[in-house]
Design a protein around this ligand. Structure first.
Ligand SMILES: [Zn+2]
Ligand SMILES: [Zn+2]
Length: 345
């Protein structure tokens, strides 16, 4: 039997590098030799707690869903891709048949199998089988490491689309991690601005500034609500994108957005938050959630190809597969210096 290395999570904090069988591909699948995988907040949730939201680990799980690599085998029905193609994988495989899939809102498919989220095995392994439609070709100017960042860029683009962000609009982004920094760049690429970024860490705020944020606010030092109102003549911003997933930031959104503006809740994990409903009603605010993405990978690839979004800018650390546990530990403990940590193969 042909085997491959994989980083398998057995329980919170218990990650092992193991040899497992190489997957077989079906007629419509391609086999991808993984070259790089990004560590995401959801991987950390699973590593720390064995669960994320209502997805709970019941068996050993290979983590990782932000992955790029090279096609090494194709199923007999695959004509659009060939061996040697470099691709980024879209990790949520939806059923294609339910009412949501039929409407094109396949991110809402209740049968979506998302790689690296229980109970679908993920990408921190040498080879991954995936339906060819979910393997998107990387243009020559985007390498495998940058390719992994297409997934979080797609999340950011979906959030901006839900907020109907367009040219000339002011945007406040709460949370300057991977999603926040991708949303910043994508918002600017769409012509929006000024964009204000709020975070707790100086390094992230410095990077946000370098990537084009008009203002950055350190929430450890200043009250974000007060500061953003000050920066906008007490009006607030047209759109607020909450990417931190904290209850404190989620509660601030309705006080940062301008009258008639839109709040987009992107971050996961805030739980119960109380709002003043009268404020939402009387200011005619729009509040929307956003989940994963539908049809955003081609948009993300096109933005990255144009050079308007710098994927590389957020990659701070790289570890070989054998040191995946260390990569997770560092991402968990050094929040101030790690933005995107990659596992490379
Ligand atoms: Zn992710
Ligand atoms: Zn479906």
């Amino acid at each position: 039997m042909v085997t491959m290395r994989a980083a398998v999570l057995y329980a919170p904090g218990d990650l092992r590098i193991e040899q497992i069988p190489v997957p077989r591909i079906s007629r419509n699948q391609v086999l991808v030799n993984v070259k790089a995988v990004g560590i995401c907040g959801s991987d950390l949730h699973l590593y720390n707690n064995g669960r994320i939201a209502d997805s709970i680990m019941n068996e050993p799980l290979i983590l990782g869903h932000e992955a790029a690599g090279e096609i090494v085998a194709i199923g007999e029905d695959v004509t659009a891709l060939q061996c040697g193609d470099r691709v980024v994988m879209e990790p949520g495989i939806s059923c294609g048949e339910c009412e949501f899939c039929q409407r094109g809102e396949y991110n809402l498919c209740r049968f979506q199998a998302f790689k690296g989220i229980p109970s679908t095995q993920g990408c921190m392994t040498e080879f991954v089988a995936i339906p060819w439609r979910y393997a998107h070709k990387l243009p020559p100017q985007i390498d495998h490491e940058e390719g992994t960042v297409i997934e979080p860029l797609a999340v950011a683009l979906q959030g901006l689309a839900e907020g109907q962000v367009r040219a000339g609009q002011s945007v406040a982004i709460l949370g300057g991690g991977t999603i926040g920094l991708m949303a910043l760049q994508a918002a600017l690429a769409l012509g929006a601005g000024p964009v204000i970024v709020v975070d707790l860490y100086t390094k992230r705020l410095d990077l946000a500034k370098n990537l084009g944020a008009a203002h950055v606010v350190n929430a450890c030092i200043e009250d974000p609500v007060h500061r953003i109102l000050e920066l906008t003549n007490q009006l607030g911003t047209d759109v607020v994108l909450e990417t931190s997933g904290t209850a404190a930031a989620a509660a601030q959104t309705v006080r940062i957005v301008r009258r008639g503006g839109t709040v987009v809740l992107v971050g996961v994990g805030a739980g119960e938050v109380s709002f003043n409903v009268d404020l939402i009603t009387r200011s005619r605010l729009k509040l929307t959630g956003t989940f994963r993405y539908a049809n955003q990978f081609p948009v993300a690839l096109s933005l990255a190809k144009s050079g308007k979004v710098d994927l590389c800018s957020i990659i701070t650390h790289r570890f070989p597969l054998e040191r995946t546990q260390e990569a997770l530990e560092i991402s968990k403990s050094q929040r101030d210096s790690t933005i995107k940590t990659l596992v490379t193969l």
